[in-house]
Write a protein that binds this ligand. Structure first.
Ligand code: PLA
Length: 462
């Protein structure tokens, strides 16, 4: 269809008898186009006295586009906002709240921003790969500054649009350079993983992970599915604080996972969205990635600062690709830049500077670790209190101790969709329909109320 448009000026209707003002734009050969398009549903015949003209009616060319469903996670926040009940509780998205259930900007972030203002830094474009100081401290935070892969330049690090954008960039890279290769996702996984690889046109399938019977890891199922995957598959692993289950492999299990991945010549692909949030320690939470790296494996890691630095809306994270040589790393990086350029050109600077200032400064770095321990500690406290409240109130004898074995921001309650609906419809507790609740959005004061809601939903809804 040519770009010519024909529209009625404000208020004029195609069926009105008043004299419409008709505005043409685009090509001058409008008469020709009108003849061609007269049969289109967008056009109708309009009689204005002596002349008869075809004009656009109020039928959109987007008529055939269906309404998309709300996002299963971010859509929960939209529904929460619309609820006017004062008891409402948003346990949907994994976003940290204070005990007063308010969003939290870390003190170290405020200090870094003050520094940035004082320095009067400019807003020039960043290079395609992002802020050099950011990429350096980010790779060091993940692998450890003295890690040989860092020292020997074997890591290609490129600043990404947080965890999601970094995963998406990796998806584009896999699609281009490993055509046909499959990504294996844990069952279940963060819901957006499927969207990311679908949109990247990368085929994916799932490996067993969660066992509802034990409310734990189906380790044998996981190993067997990774073994059965076509050689050279990408195995997506949550570096720590698995979302949504809160169940991580033990160090011994990680070793066995690495064994089978190596045997099958698969490529590990870590999603590290919660470094520091699982245990409160940045190093402990990076141990899975470091274990694989120490074996000399080539791997991908998508990193996010949304949670551990509370930089949700700054969209700051990175994609790291570890190669077996510095030369390969340089080539990989050049191709990542080539993919990034037409997608978003170059990444935003504000969050990158915050991270570079905090992680790159020994004083602020230590303050950050303290604040992160506080955040992780508050989540552990509400986890304990929720378990205590459930155990005290539920007289059925059900064992709720699985909640204490889960780590990170979330608890996977085992509530099914109907029970989760009851949580929202009756109790105004907003959560994802897979039974996940974000403990980062819960306060000690609300634990008893939440326990009542869970017990009612669990026992009275099937
Ligand atoms: N990877 C995992 C495993 C995640 O849980 C999330 C965020 C991301 C990546 C991406 O986060 P980022 O792009 O902000 O860095 N998951 C959240 C939010 C916290 C979301 O769904 O976007 C969640 O509630 O699951």
């Amino acid at each position: 269809m040519a770009s010519t448009t024909l529209s009625l000026a404000s208020g004029a209707s195609a069926i009105s008898n008043s004299k419409p003002k008709i505005r043409f734009s685009g090509s001058s050969n409008v008469g020709h186009l009108l003849r061609k398009e007269r049969n289109s549903p967008l056009f109708t015949t309009l009689s204005t006295g002596r002349k008869t003209m075809a004009v656009a009616v109020n039928v959109s060319r987007f008529e055939s586009i269906p309404m998309a469903p709300p996002d299963p996670i971010l859509g929960v926040s939209e529904a929460f906002k619309a609820d006017t009940n004062s008891a409402k509780l948003n346990l949907g998205v994994g976003a940290y709240r204070t005990e007063e259930l308010q969003p939290y900007v870390l003190n170290v972030v405020k200090k870094a921003e003050t520094l940035m203002l004082e320095r009067g830094e400019n807003k020039e474009y960043l290079p395609i790969e992002g802020l050099a100081a950011f990429n350096k401290v980010t790779a060091e935070l993940l692998f450890g500054a003295d890690n040989p892969v860092v020292q020997q330049g074997k890591v290609a690090t490129i600043q990404g649009l947080s965890g999601t954008g970094s995963l998406r960039l990796a998806g584009a890279f896999i699609e281009r350079y490993f055509p046909g290769a499959k990504v294996l996702l844990s069952s279940p996984s963060w819901g957006n993983h499927k969207n990311i690889f679908n949109d990247s046109r990368v085929p994916w399938s799932e490996y067993r992970y969660y066992d509802p019977k034990t409310v734990g890891l189906d380790f044998d199922g996981m190993i067997s599915d990774i073994k059965d995957a076509p050689e050279g598959s990408f195995i997506l692993l949550h570096g720590c604080a698995h979302n949504p289950t809160g169940i991580d492999p033990t160090p011994e299990q990680w070793e066995k996972i690495a064994d089978v991945i190596q045997e099958k010549n698969h490529i590990p692909f870590f999603d590290v969205a919660y470094q520091g949030f699982a245990s409160g320690s940045l190093d402990a939470d990076a141990s899975s990635v470091r274990l694989f790296t120490a074996r000399g494996m080539e791997l991908f890691v998508a990193q996010s600062y949304s949670k551990n630095l509370g930089l949700y809306a700054e969209r700051i994270g990175a994609l790291n690709v570890v190669s077996s040589s510095a030369d390969a790393a340089a080539r990989v990086k050049s191709q990542l830049k080539r993919l990034a350029r037409p997608m978003y050109s170059n990444p935003p600077i504000h969050g990158a500077r915050i991270v570079a200032n905090v992680v790159g400064d020994p004083v602020l770095f230590n303050e950050w670790k303290e604040e992160m321990e506080l955040m992780a500690g508050r989540i552990k406290n509400v986890r304990q209190k929720l378990f205590d409240s459930l155990s005290a109130k539920d007289k059925s004898g059900k064992d709720w101790s699985f909640i204490l074995r889960q780590i990170g921001m979330f608890s996977f309650t085992g509530l099914n969709k109907a029970q989760s609906d009851n949580m929202t419809d009756k109790w105004h507790v907003y959560m994802t329909k897979d039974g996940r609740i974000s403990l980062a959005g819960l306060s000690l004061a609300k634990c008893e109320y939440l326990a009542d809601a869970i017990i009612d939903s669990f026992h009275n809804v099937s």
